[in-house]
Structure formats: C-alpha cells, structure tokens
Design a protein around this ligand. Sequence first.
Ligand code: WT7
Length: 629
Amino acid sequence: MLIRSFDDYTRAYEHSVNNPSDFWNTVASGFSWKKPWSQTLEWNFETPDVKWFIDGKLNITENCIDRHLPAKKNDIAFYFEPNDPKGQARSISYQQLHDDVCRLANTLKKLGVTKGDRVCIYMPMIPEAVFAMLACARIGAVHSVVFAGFSASSLAGRIQDCDCKVVLTTDGAFRGAKDISIKSVVDEALEVCSSVTNVLVYKHTGTAVNMSAGRDLWWQDEVPQAAASCPAETMDSEDLLFILYTSGSTGKPKGVVHTCGGYMVYTCYTFQNVFQYNAGDLFWCTADVGWITGHSYITYGPLLAGASTVLFEGVPTYPDAGRFWQVIDKYKVTHFYTAPTAIRALEAAGLDFVTPYKLDSLRVLGSVGEPINEEAWQWYHKNIGKEKCPIVDTWWQTETGGMLISPIAGITPLKPSYATLPLPGVQPILVDEKGNEIVGNNVEGNLCIKFPWPSIIRTTYGDHERCRQTYFATYKGLYFTGDGCKRDENGYYRITGRVDDVINVSGHRIGTAEVESAINMHADVVESAVVGYPHDIKGQGIYAYVIAPSTAKDHEALKKEIIAEVNKIIGPIAKPDKIQIVSGLPKTRSGKIMRRILRKVAEGDTSNLGDTSTLLDPSVVDEIVRGKQ
Ligand code: WT7
C-alpha cells in the first residue's frame, strides 16, 4: 500500500479518485479498530456534513501506542532535547510512553474528566505536553492545545469558548535565554473562566508560582501515584478528538474540530508516504504542539506509524544559530521538517553556523507553513541537504488536518517553491472570483478542494454556521482554502499566499481583524487598519495604520503603547512591525476601507494605486504615501 515509485503514486491517486471508498477502506484496514465501520463516507459540502468510517469504533492511542508494544516496547518514541544544550536530555520508549500516558489519563479521571469533556493544554514543548494530548484521547476527553506564547486574554477566550474543565500547564518555560512564566498567565486567564475546576501544574523550571487551594495540583504529586494502565475509551469515528483554535479573516479565532477515525487514518498515511519514513529512521519536526503541524506530525502521525522522533524545547538561535544543525548531528536525524521563516533566519546568520556540522545523516528535508521562496529553497537544498536530500514543500492548513499538496520524498520530481501534486484522495480545483472552474494548465485562481479527504474539518466548535460560511459558502459545493494558487504547464501547484484578510507571519496565521480590534482597545486610538507586507525573514510583516486624535500625545510613545496592548491582548506573535499614525483612512462612500491601497503603500508600491476616485476623501491617500514607514 505504501507508495514507493511514481507509478505507485499515479496508481494510488487514480484509485483514490475513481473509487474513494475502496481506496480508503484499504488504507484504514491497516489500523486497529474495536469495531469495523459499516460505511466509508457520507458527505455534503452544502450543510456541510462529512463523516468517514461510519459506525467504526476505535481509540487513537491504542493505534499510537499499544499496537506497537509487542514488537517495539523498548524502541524510542521521543528523544527530548531541552532548550539548554547542557540540560537533561531524555529518551522515552514506547513502553514508557504507554505508562506515562496511562498515569496521566487516570489522574484526569480522578479529577472528574470524562468522555467528551474539554481539557486545555497550555504547555511548553516538553514530553509531558504530548502525554497530555494522548491522555485526553485515551479517556475520550477533547484536547484544546493553546500555544504557550498566547496572552492570558487569548487563553481565556479559548477556554471559555469550549468550556474547558481542566487546564494542564507548567510553572514556567525556557525559551532561548528567557525564562517565561506560564502558570501566572493561566492564573490571570482563569479569573474569567468559571468552567475550570482544576489545574494540574508540571514543575519544569522551578520558578515560584501561586497555587490556588482546592483548584491547583502539582503534577509530580498526583501523576506518579496513578496506575500505569488505563483502558482506552471506545470512541466513534466521528467523536471529537480535538479542537484547535485558528485565526480567520473576521471575528474571534474559531475552534477547528477534528474527529477520531478520519484524522487517524489520514495523518498516518501522509506521514508515511510524504516523508518515506522507514524503520530505523529518525524524524524531527521543529514545530510546536500548539499548532496543527505539531498535532499531526509530532504527536499523531509519527506515533501512529511507530516512528522515532526528536522533540525540541528550544529555539533555532539559542545558544547560537547552529543549534538545529548541532541537534541533527547529535541524534543523527534522517528527516527534518521546518518552516521557511526559520530557514531564512538561519541563512541570514551565515554559513559559519552551518559548516562545523556534518549533517550527513539527513535524507529528507521538509518545509511547511508558508510559501518557500526560491532563494531559501536553494540555500536549504545546497547547504543543509548537500544537494542530495529531496525537499518536500508540504501545503496544508489547520482545517485540513494533514498535508494535501506535497511532493513524495525522492519520488515526485521537484520544482523549487512548488508544492507540486495533490496527495491521493485530494482533488484540487482552481476557480475564478465567480466560482467558475479554471481548467487547463498555466493558470492561476483561488484554490478549492472538491471532494472530502478523511481529516477535513468537521465543524467550528459551537458554531456550525460559521464553518459553513467560512469554508463552504464562498463557492457552492467546494471547500475554499483562502489561498491563491498557480498551476503550471505540468499541472504542478504553487501556493501564492492568502487571498483573504489573513496574514502569514513566520508561518503563523494572524487575522487582520483581530489585530485591529486589539489596537482599537487603546484609549487614544480612533480606528485602525492592518495589512501584511513582504518581510525578509518573517515572510509577511504586520503593518498597522492607526488614526489617533490630533490631541494625542507623542506618536512614538503611542506606538510603544499600541505594541504593548497587542502583546497583552493577543500575544507577541501578533505585534505590528510597523505603525503609521494617520489622520484618516481611505474609505469608499459606503464606509468600506480600501485595503488594496493600504496594502500597496505598505508594500512600497505607490506607483499605481489604481482608481481612487470612489474614495470619500482622496487626499488621505497622499498623506498616507508621504508618511510611509
Ligand atoms: C496557511 C495555513 C499547515 C500547517 C501550518 C500552517 C499557508 C501552509 C504552506 C506551503 C505555501 C503554505 C497557506 C495556508 N501555508 N503551508 N507549503 N506553501 N503556503 O497552518 O496556520 O492553518 O495556516 O498557511 O496560506 O492557508 P495554518
């Protein structure tokens, strides 16, 4: 079943399109099910309603762990590399993983967590974060991992949206030279979250914390006492596995829902095929489990495949810009998966940080999160892959659960900055603004998918209508990705970036509306408009136009306060790179901000601003051009 040649790929692809049920039945039969499914697929992209492996019963953790124990209980599931290279590295075997997950699962049960309850995980990149996800899945609780860089108010919003019962966290986190307080952020968030009954705190950095009596418990006091075996809850294929919040073009972040059966089948299938991982290899994905990449290709995909992976706590530039390469040599990593922003930052640091390392264990390189520019691709290929490692440029989204368009390592002929071809089961289609299909090659349009794959988003938590509106209403009968895309003369796909009001900063999705609403919280801000602009390292930077009253204080001080406000409301990842104070924004007579003009100015392309005659006050455009940051 695994793809081992381009012919295999072509055959698998055709099979998946001509007879999707038969194709996915075969893939799914490779897993351990408590009860087989009665029907493979039922779908409707209007409502939307998608179900895979209907009536099937399973527990994903039995497939991630128990299934592997007879043959590989002593194999290493995770090599943990701490932030500080001199810190305590750890190896966790599949048997230890089993025991640690079961102990934590039993602890959650003791705290009253039952099937269907939501549990928030707000933790740094330590093995316990993975145990936490799996412990929830073990007992049928739904995890909601929140990236530990988000602010208290973002965390609170996510806890409230899905009424989490328990929060799993740590005292603090190490990030590079910084020692960050984590528990105090949870404390602040919980001031407004009445659903939370307990907080389990893993002592990691040893920093002082406040423990609220009756609510907060130390992990190290509770978990080791619990039994090292825990029956795996029987889950329906369509029971919720997790919620992961992501930003869109409007409103608050939404809780993307993934379910047990389809997500399991698809993440494992794509992991094994795209990376061509074989027994004995060592995989390293540098993402954080707070994002979908960490969910699918640190926790679930690799464990489902029985793989060994590196789990890294730190950052690429600590203690210096050679850290990734040092870790690759230390563990003899064979498969390395990272983001273009990291590649560009390490390229900028210079080759002196690369040459001390051999990097000769590497066989496959991967890229994810944003378009990889050709320059960065070539640098990665030449200096890290030594021109012998294929680069898989994997395109996908939080909502897709797994990779959709990607080369298969060593099999699909590569083309720099192209995600190349759809994986089996994925049927992309390009459409114009009106939703008409753009056929043929050498074309460009909005990227949609016309047929469900097993790990497609099922709903947005608590608001199904929002899911319909966001993904299934723009173009009738299609899943709309929000991305623009080219198809070249050979049918290869190249993602050109978002076509909606979403900015991709260092591979992180930021909604412009969210940043604007944070900026507008500042008392001296009348109104704001946020757009993206090209940034050498981050891919895109955040450019904010802010209207302040003429009486406002010193503009430099105001800008600093605005940045602090965004930090506080969303987190440092959303802070504007540039702020321009303006007296007005270009608006149409109906009051709509003309973002096209703001984008052009931010990009530095003021030669042709297009038609400005429909503006209420065309003179603001001149002021904006003159004041460009
Ligand atoms: C958006 C999804 C997929 C996990 C990480 C991001 C952009 C992602 C690529 C790629 C070009 C890419 C898209 C997409 N994107 N991978 N290989 N080439 N663009 O997940 O936060 O849900 O963001 O990231 O614009 O829509 P996400």
